[in-house]
Design a protein around this ligand. Structure first.
Ligand code: S3P
Length: 453
């Protein structure tokens, strides 16, 4: 669990498949007719949770490592689960699957780990309830006890066996079916909320629309359209027609720009480094890290730009650079929301001030990322002030070793690993293993690029 300063990092790397796209490939494959073949699927814990949930819904899924085969049963082919759907640490699984379950004529129960049990679900309960689905949250301790004694959903939820709560968090049950179409004006720019409503819209009685304040990632719109859904986007509004014939697809998942972000930062802040990151998804609703790095003076070039499975892809060449501070705010935020912890590290190595605004959503990610980035960067000697909607970082002072508390948040573990590789002394971590949520080979991949002293 220790990390020491390294000299430089050079070479080529391919990061694992995109997490958002991998989840959606399984989900949309499951509700399409025929066998969907997914290559470069992310074998991270979150996407494996999605596979296991759909297996519990009666879908046969073969995970062959290099590819995943989803034997879809069509829009109305899911079976009532006899076990709790365990989403693990994955908010994307919890929220998107709820949209699909809202359309099913059977009850389901959903739970996850300690972090998921704290994450807000009212944001999906609100629109999905307006469409006609019924949600009930349960006391976690009573729920787990009953789940271990009795795997049958009907028995577990027998009257009096559990305490209902108004927590708005997992564990919760969903009774779906008979949905009305709505036009939902979402108060937050969230692809998870948008996707949940659009997926429920597949089962509604008319055209369902979602308008968000700022455009969030659009993988659902792109991929569902490839499967045959009638889905249209205009500005920040997406609309979907119900009851399409969804047909299986072959999907090649691009490398995850959220994982590439760590190598972008590593190469920029470590003197003498040059890394070519191959096959990176560069969808403009996701690629804010590239604009942020450029606006900080980063030497970064996109090569070989192309379209793969409907998504823009490029190779990204990054060379070490003298960075300066920047301001990140407004419509940029959803395009780099998951990259803010690593941008904070870049900012600590940049000259001058970096301000991150309009990012209150950071508080409800796998950890409270405003608080946790502040806690750890301060411990390493960085100058950071948390704000209500982001943080302000004064860069330029050298970082030193500290003990990092990851709060079991994969993006915190990976961001501070990059910081530790550029800090004096020996940094220790409470637990680095949570990187496997989105990037199982993260530490080995860094090692491959490390140059001898
Ligand atoms: C995701 C959307 C984002 C992002 C998450 C993945 C998705 O969450 O932070 O890691 O795949 O739709 P929000 O929708 O809550 O912004």
């Amino acid at each position: 669990m220790k990390t020491i300063k390294k000299t430089s990092f050079r070479g080529e790397i391919s990061v694992p498949g995109d997490k958002s796209i991998s989840h959606r490939g399984i989900m949309f494959g499951a509700i399409s007719k025929g066998t969907t073949e997914i290559t470069n699927f992310l074998q991270g814990a979150d996407c494996l949770s999605t596979i296991s949930c759909f297996q519990k819904l009666g879908i046969s899924i073969e995970n062959k490592g290099d590819k995943v085969l989803v034997h879809g049963k069509g829009l109305h082919g899911l079976a009532a689960p006899t076990q709790v759907l365990d989403v693990g640490n994955s908010g994307t699984t919890a929220r998107l699957i709820s949209g699909i379950l809202a359309g099913q004529p059977f009850p389901s129960a959903l739970d996850g780990d300690a972090s998921i049990r704290k994450r807000p679900m009212k944001r999906i309960f609100t629109p999905l309830s307006q469409m006609g689905a019924k949600f009930q949250c349960w006391d976690p301790d009573a729920f787990s006890g009953i789940a271990s004694q009795c795997p049958e959903i009907g028995c577990r939820l027998a009257p009096g066996s559990c305490t209902p709560t108004g927590s708005g968090c997992a564990p919760f049950t969903i009774q779906g079916g008979g949905l009305r179409h709505i036009h939902y004006h979402s108060p937050i720019a969230s692809a998870q909320v948008k996707s949940a409503v659009l997926l429920a819209g597949l089962y509604a009685d008319g055209v369902t629309k979602v308008t968000e304040p700022v455009l969030s990632r659009n993988h659902t719109e792109l991929m569902l359209s490839g499967f045959g859904a009638q889905i249209h986007s205009e500005g920040t509004t997406a609309s979907i027609h119900p009851d399409p014939k969804l047909e299986a697809q072959a999907i090649h998942v691009p490398g995850d720009i959220s994982s590439a972000a760590y190598f972008i930062a590593l190469s920029l802040i470590t003197p003498g480094s040059e890394i070519l990151i191959q096959n990176v998804g560069t969808n403009p609703t996701r690629s804010g890290i590239i604009q942020a790095a450029l606006s900080m003076g980063g030497n970064l070039t996109l090569l070989n730009e192309r379209i793969v499975s409907g998504e823009p892809v490029a190779d990204v060449l990054v060379k070490s650079s003298s960075l300066h501070g920047t301001v990140i705010e407004g419509a940029q935020i959803p395009t780099l929301i998951d990259e803010i912890p690593i941008i904070a590290i870049m900012a600590a190595f940049a000259e001058g001030t970096t301000a991150i605004k309009d990012a209150q959503e950071l508080k409800v990610k796998e950890s409270d990322r405003i608080a946790v980035v502040t806690e750890n960067l301060t411990a390493m000697g960085g100058s950071i002030t948390p704000t209500d909607d982001g943080m302000v970082i004064e860069g330029g002072s050298p970082l030193h070793a500290a003990h990092i508390q990851t709060h079991m948040d994969h993006r915190i573990a990976m961001s501070f690993q990059i910081a530790a590789l550029n800090a004096a002394g020996e940094t220790t971590f409470d637990d680095k293993g949570c990187a496997a949520i989105s990037y199982p080979s993260f530490y080995e991949d860094i090692e491959k690029l490390s140059q001898p002293c």
